[in-house]
Design a protein around this ligand. Structure first.
Ligand code: FRU
Length: 750
């Protein structure tokens, strides 16, 4: 070992000598390691104008600035003194350029009014700003070999007000080495002879914006990729089959020069990965690979249920929003279809709905499928955002969509959050009604043709939960004892009863123009668990059935859940109906009857009276990760009681009914991997529990999720977890009194 190292040292020394390039030492122009100080000019030999650079170099963030990192030594020049609106310049002393490069560390804003420049004879000969706004100082560099021997000065300028109106500089040096760590306008070329370019991804790397070009022409909207910087976590495919024999180039706005991903971009005919990773659900919909959040655009047509979903095909974190697509005949098994809608020049494809246009109101053909969704555009640094509504039509049953050339069909610059258009046909007024989330209200619009929209009314002032932004609304009628009621779903992020995001609802009337909520104890939640968000209903389902599906995760931690090639799944499809909970009307949800079609073998367990604990034996064979069970619990006193799922690693999820407190709580604090992200909620997840003589329980388990329905869905909790082995035991317990367990059946899911 030693000898090897020694030889290597000798070899490198001799190579250096052979090159005759024993490099010249760096010359520091300024390191800002002085404190301004009393009686001294605040920036030493530099002349200062304005107030932005303060009374000398800073030691970190100033005046409420976020933490600043990356600078060398103790101090650096910072123009945040007085905030983003203060202005100023620093002009260096004169020096002679004596090396090939001038390197410096820079952070702060990237807009036109903050920069560093090199002056020769008072003329600006080089000028730079960071490639992206950041409070981290990073090395940047000017190649100045043509200027060696010239006298020069450096000027640091802050003439920018508003957001990112500040700059930060440190460690200005002359060197024979280029120290910059990002390459701007970097291009990687491929002579395509295979089906895919495999993208090496590091889950927590920066997102780099890539414009993909073929023979120099952009072929799709730029994508953001977390290209591996120091390690490759997984790969995502970009299908380039259509360009075989051509030159495909990746044009990075900028990229980390040392990124391992750059050398590992790979042409390949195969994209192989382990689909059956440990937390892959058996019977819940999850994307084949990549990220999903909200379900979108669901409709039924010709015997098939279509499900679209917010989809990132280039990583397993949120981003690059497309509509992925899946189809099912039975709501049990889903077939993955090609991506249905990809970002276009108007924006990324955010959440929305789809309708079957039986009467050809939009002119795209009888029974065309029309998707109505939010086009979301942001500048590359997410500093400005625009949201408008667009439509796309499909004449092949929802497989491919063409954007309408008149897009967008609805805009209102008054709102930043203007999204998630959900459309349904309103027979009494013979027009389409759009329900749209607008800030913390819902606005209703009407249209005869899905293209021209008229504003009707808005709902939400002074009512409901307001702890976050309102999203993904849905408005639909439901029968309640022979009367038509209207239900308005409103998802909210954050502001959920148990943390993060959840879906609230209102019950009332809709007259074709205005929604009026009945007086009920709002907020009311469709699911009190942590993991049912952004759910909406299918359109065009026979018998006016109101069929719902939610996203079974939570924005608080969804980007970090410990899965590998995919992230997140949906709840089971659920039927919605109105019931009385003993106090008032509530929106109940219950697994669609079709789900019973997944039942494999089953066992009926004997009735029992539980005192303290009762382990149901003989179930280990059945409880192999995906199962469904039903049973009735009848408390014989007011003491808390419940049941616990456990595994061989002593991990568990506990469900506790507390009749005295009127709560039902789910405790996942010992459910396995709970540390993958700090906001994975581990406090007991609570819901109100109406007083009942007995509680009929339905529990659906699918490896990493539990969906609990009590008394036909008048109380629901959906929660995810990440155990190291399947929960294969169930134990009932009471804390004092006795409880009768009856009518228990356990089904294996096929
Ligand atoms: C809800 C949401 C929607 C938006 C979409 C973007 O989860 O924030 O409001 O349309 O996700 O992916």
């Amino acid at each position: 070992m030693k000898i090897g190292k020694y030889y290597w040292l000798v070899l490198s020394l001799s190579l250096a000598c052979l090159c005759g390039c024993v490099s010249r030492p760096d010359i520091v122009i300024e390191d800002f390691e002085f404190d301004g100080g009393f009686e001294q000019s605040p920036y030493g030999a530099w002349s200062v104008e304005g107030t932005a650079f303060g009374a000398g170099p800073a030691t970190g963030g100033v005046d409420g600035q976020n933490a600043v990192t990356g600078f060398a030594g103790q101090r650096f020049a910072n123009s945040f003194h007085g905030g983003d609106n203060s202005l100023g310049t620093l002009l260096s002393y004169e020096f002679t350029i004596q090396r090939k490069y001038i390197n410096f560390m820079m952070g702060g804003g990237f807009l036109s009014g903050t920069y560093i420049e090199l002056l020769v004879d008072g003329e600006s000969v080089r000028k730079s700003a960071p490639l992206f706004p950041t409070e981290e100082l990073n090395w940047m560099s000017w190649e100045v070999s043509d200027l060696e021997g010239e006298k020069a000065q450096i000027r640091i300028v802050d003439r920018q007000t508003g957001g990112w109106g500040h700059t930060m500089i440190d460690q200005i040096e002359m060197s024979d080495q280029d120290k910059s760590i990002f390459r701007a306008q970097y291009v990687v070329d491929f002579a395509v002879d295979k089906k895919y370019i495999l993208l090496p991804i590091q889950d927590d790397a920066r997102e780099y914006r890539i414009t993909v070009k073929v023979e120099g022409k952009k072929i799709m909207e730029p994508i953001k990729v977390r290209l591996a910087e120091s390690r490759i976590d997984y790969w995502m495919p970009l299908d380039v089959e259509a360009y075989k024999g051509k030159n495909v180039s990746f044009n990075f706005d900028y990229v980390y020069a040392g990124a391992v991903g750059l050398e590992n971009l790979t042409l390949s005919d195969a994209f192989n990965f382990d689909y059956n990773e440990p937390y892959r659900p058996d019977y819940h919909f999850s994307p084949c690979y990549g990220w999903t959040n909200d379900p979108n655009g669901m409709f039924w047509k010709d015997g098939e249920y279509h499900l679209y979903y917010q989809y990132n095909p280039y990583g397993t974190r949120w981003g690059n929003m497309h509509w992925g697509h899946a189809v099912s005949k039975d709501l049990c098994k889903w077939k993955h279809m090609p991506v249905a809608i990809a970002p276009d020049s108007i924006g990324a494809i955010f959440s929305g709905s789809a309708v079957v246009d039986h009467n050809n109101t939009a002119g795209f053909g009888r029974d065309a499928v029309i998707a109505v969704y939010t086009s979301h555009r942001e500048d590359p640094h997410r500093l400005s955002i625009s949201q408008v509504q667009s439509i796309s039509y499909s004449t092949d049953n929802g497989t491919t969509f063409t954007p309408y050339e008149g897009n967008p069909v609805l805009a209102d610059p008054h709102y930043i959050d203007f999204r998630d258009s959900k459309v349904r046909w309103h027979e009494p007024t013979a027009r389409w009604i759009m329900t749209l989330a607008t800030g913390q209200t819902i606005t209703f619009y009407a249209s005869k043709d899905l293209k021209e929209w008229e504003k009707l009314s808005s709902f939400g002032e002074g009512i409901g939960a307001k702890g976050g932004v309102w999203e993904c609304p849905d408005l639909f009628p439901l029968d309640y004892n022979g009367t038509e009621k209207w239900v308005l779903l409103v998802s909210i992020n954050p502001g959920a009863p148990n943390g993060g995001c959840a879906t609230q609802y209102f019950i009332g009337n809709f007259d074709g123009r205005t929604f009026t909520a009945d007086p009920l104890p709002y907020p009311l939640w469709i699911d009190y668990g942590c993991d049912n968000y952004a759910g909406v209903t299918w359109s065009n389902v026979p018998q006016d059935r109101i069929l719902f599906i939610g996203w079974m995760s939570n924005h608080a931690y969804a980007n970090f859940v410990p899965t590998h090639y995919f992230r997140n799944s949906m709840t089971v499809p659920r039927d919605l109906h109105l019931v009385h909970n003993g106090k008032h009307v509530v929106l109940a949800s219950y697994p669609a009857a079709e789900i019973d079609g997944l039942h494999g073998s089953s066992v009926e367990m004997p009735d029992a009276t539980i005192q303290e604990t009762h382990l149901v034996s003989g179930l280990a064979e059945m409880l192999r990760g995906a199962y469904d069970m039903t049973f009735t619990l009848t408390p014989l006193s007011n003491a808390p009681f419940g049941f616990t799922l456990c595994n061989d690693a002593d991990e568990c999820v506990a469900f506790t009914f507390d009749p005295a407190q009127n709560t039902l709580s789910v405790d996942r604090s010992r459910s396995g991997n709970v540390d993958f992200y700090p906001t994975f909620y581990v406090d007991p997840i609570k819901s109100p529990l109406p007083m009942r003589k007995s509680y009929r329980v339905r529990l659906l388990i699918d490896k990493a999720s539990s969906e609990l329905f009590v008394n036909g869905g008048e109380v629901v909790q959906s929660n995810i977890f990440f155990p190291s082995a399947s929960f294969n035991r169930i134990k009932f317990h009471t804390e004092g009194g006795n409880v009768a367990l009856s009518d228990m059946t356990v089904y294996e899911m096929k």
